[in-house]
Design a protein around this ligand. Structure first.
Ligand SMILES: NC(=O)c1ccc[n+]([C@@H]2O[C@H](COP(=O)([O-])OP(=O)(O)OC[C@H]3O[C@@H](n4cnc5c(N)ncnc54)[C@H](O)[C@@H]3O)[C@@H](O)[C@H]2O)c1
Ligand SMILES: O=S(=O)(O)c1ccc(CO)cc1
Length: 470
């Protein structure tokens, strides 16, 4: 059976590439399409094209670059009915959530298109000093498979607004929506400004070590982030690394259990828990542990899981076989160590990478399911007694991405939140991210910032111009 094939966009042209690799629908395990497996020579062509396009794009007035980025947003909205089903098929998420992802990416483009690149001017009496923020050159964007569209646009929009050109590489597990978007944008951007290439994991290191790329913006695992950092040293590339997390949520004894239970559930299991900022350790005060655990079990049992095109489904499959195997391994270890499951744990036979929502009952902090980032629907519920104790436990992680604190007394909850060593903390809410809110990983969750003015300026370097006054 033949599958639809997709092209890369290099120098504004659709480029099918020499070699190809299969893309799988995680709900069925079946191949749905072929994607180009870019060679080193094809990467060179994309980088050369981005480099050729750079001077003119950097010289294009900011307002025009902003207009183009806003138009990317409009294209996403206009093509949502083409892009969302493709995203659902390759990523596994339910169709309405795929639509929301495309729409969120559009919103991000519109918002970033309104951000100004500041110019600071100071009169020092004898001289006038101007600080400009100039683009870096060619950016390599490397994206994971959990939110392929949003996370790609988090790179494309700020890179283009600030005057850089780009070579974008989606994950080999989810290349199709990004390839399609590259083709749709051929009429929106000048040739070479946005090149989209796909390939297996072997393509990533070629990008991070490429001497023609000035910056890598990478989202993915901490393990791969370390490799990117190592190979980027070749030409002292600028780096933004958005990496893994093991976010703690702390539930204080005064919460309204019924009210917070669904918020905590979706804080942990949105996108089937394949979310860098998902709640991955849920610390519950011992006085409400049993009641909240029972509520979460109820929610887990009520939440429909299935293929993304089935009406009513709220959780899809795990995205890929590697991730599915990792979750099964973590589950086997959890069982082997004798930790009790409150629900889930029965992985169905058959096609597709379906893994049930699994809640683990108060395992020790040393358990793998607590220490490691599962990046899938298995969650440890952990009892605590004292605030100092739980803060120390929450901070006892190599990661520092996000965290949340829940309590009726918002000030008391905020006091606890301020003690969490993470880049983002929420109080009585979660995942309220925005284009104007900087998102930074502390510790081994990353390097640098995405979003906000800091995120925008991460695609620039200061140029200080000092003019002597007459
Ligand atoms: N902090 C964030 O914003 C954020 C967002 C999403 C995912 N993540 C993290 O990503 C991980 C899951 O995503 P994943 O499995 O796709 O991660 P991954 O690190 O395996 O892959 C991410 C991307 O890097 C590419 N890649 C693989 N090896 C490479 C190498 N040696 N050099 C350069 N690029 C390489 C992959 O092809 C893919 O495009 C989780 O740990 C999750 O926490 C973080
Ligand atoms: O789609 S979003 O909710 O905006 C979003 C934010 C952050 C991340 C990082 O994994 C993914 C999706």
């Amino acid at each position: 059976m033949s599958h639809p094939s997709f092209s890369m966009t290099i120098d504004g042209q659709s480029t099918p590439g020499e070699a190809r690799f299969p893309v799988i629908n995680p709900a069925t395990g079946q191949v749905i399409a072929d994607a180009p497996d870019a060679s080193a020579a094809e990467l060179d062509q994309a980088v050369a094209s981005a480099r050729r396009a750079f001077p003119a794009w950097a010289a294009t007035p900011l307002a025009e670059r902003q207009r183009c980025v806003a138009q990317i947003g409009q294209t996403l909205l206009a093509q949502v009915d083409v892009l969302a089903p493709l995203l659902m098929q390759e990523q596994g998420k339910p169709l309405d959530q795929a639509k929301q992802e495309v729409q969120r990416a559009a919103y991000w483009c519109q918002a970033m298109a309104q951000m100004d690149v500041p110019v600071e001017e100071t009169d020092l009496g004898t001289e006038v000093v101007k600080v400009l923020h100039v683009p870096l050159g060619v950016v390599g964007g490397i994206v994971p498979w959990n939110f392929p569209v949003v996370l790609a646009l988090w790179k494309v929009a700020p890179a283009l607004v600030t005057g850089n050109t780009l070579v974008l590489k989606p994950s080999p597990f989810t290349p199709l929506t990004t390839l399609k978007l590259g083709e749709l944008l051929q009429g929106v951007l000048p040739p070479g400004v946005l090149n989209v290439i796909s390939g297996t994991d072997a393509l990533g290191p070629l990008i991070s070590s490429h001497p023609g790329i000035d910056k890598v913006s990478f989202t993915g695992s901490t393990q791969t982030g370390r490799k990117v950092m190592e190979s980027a040293s070749v030409n002292l590339k600028r780096l933004t690394l958005e990496l893994g997390g093991n976010d703690a949520a702390i539930v204080l004894p005064d919460v309204d259990v019924d009210e917070v239970a669904p918020k905590l559930f979706w804080g942990a299991f949105s996108n089937n828990a394949q979310f860098c900022l998902a709640i991955k350790r849920l610390y519950i005060h011992e006085s409400i542990y049993d009641r909240l655990a029972a509520k979460l079990v109820e929610l887990a049992r009520q939440t429909p899981m299935g293929p993304g095109d089935q009406p009513g489904v709220q959780l899809g499959p795990v995205q890929n076989q590697r991730q599915f195997a990792r979750l099964n391994d973590l589950l086997a270890d959890t069982r082997q160590q004798g930790h009790r499951l409150l629900c889930g744990g029965e992985v169905p036979e058959g096609a597709g990478y379906f893994f049930p929502v699994t809640l683990v009952d108060n395992p020790p902090d040393s358990a793998r399911v607590v220490k490691e980032e599962p990046f899938g629907p298995i969650l440890p519920l952990l009892k605590f007694r004292e605030v100092d104790e739980v803060v120390a436990r929450a901070n006892d992680s190599e990661y520092g991405l996000g965290g949340s604190v829940w309590g009726r007394d918002a000030q008391a909850a905020t006091d606890v939140a301020l003690r969490l060593n993470t880049g983002t903390v929420w109080v009585n809410q979660i995942h309220t991210l925005g284009p104007n809110k900087p998102m930074a990983g502390h510790k081994q969750s990353g390097l640098g910032v995405e979003n906000g003015l800091d995120g925008l300026l991460a695609y620039t370097v200061p140029r200080t111009v000092s003019v002597k006054k007459a």
